[in-house]
Design a protein around this ligand. Sequence first.
Ligand code: FMN
Length: 180
Amino acid sequence: MNEVMKTILKRQTIREYKPEQITDEQLDALMQAALRAPSGRNGQPCHVRFVQNAEMLKEMNVDFKELVGYDTPAYTRWDTNPVYHNAPTFIVLFAEGESYMDGGIMCENICIAAEGMGLGTCIIASVGALFAEGNEQGNKWKRAWDIPEEYKFLIAIAVGYPDEKPEMKPRFEDRIKVIR
Ligand SMILES: Cc1cc2nc3c(=O)[nH]c(=O)nc-3n(C[C@H](O)[C@H](O)[C@H](O)COP(=O)(O)O)c2cc1C
């Protein structure tokens, strides 16, 4: 099996990370993967921030928890684990409009590139609550990250060296069919 297929098939969500930061070379590669992502009419609507400031992420998590509360679904382990899962790098995608498809495509490009370099990822939609329109805590972070307040949150990704090896999650195989 070719290396790309192997990488796609072994990607899985990681929610526990080692504290070491990813290397600048890996960071660069992830930025390239983001930049080379396709977008409708090559409109390139995504504005992406690779946040590697641990203090900032801790503070963002406090804002998030104050906003959404602590009683959240178990699988994300939000009782013990911050919304960014203690990953050393947190990638956030915003766009001027509702470019969720372009955001999703860029997101998977980043995740597969990360997997190919031995890094773990977790795609995170839930943190979007923090950036909902008119939410001052979210606007504070948009300002800090040079994102206009009116831009919409698309998706976020936690990235780092995996510190767990979960079971692969099952899939509904009958949802994928060939019609000939
Ligand atoms: C659009 C999207 C949003 C997600 N949001 C979250 C999230 O907010 N928090 C989280 O811990 N995992 C989140 N996940 C990860 C999923 O829970 C995970 O991909 C799914 O359970 C399948 O597991 P696997 O990635 O290991 O195959 C999200 C995944 C996707 C694709």
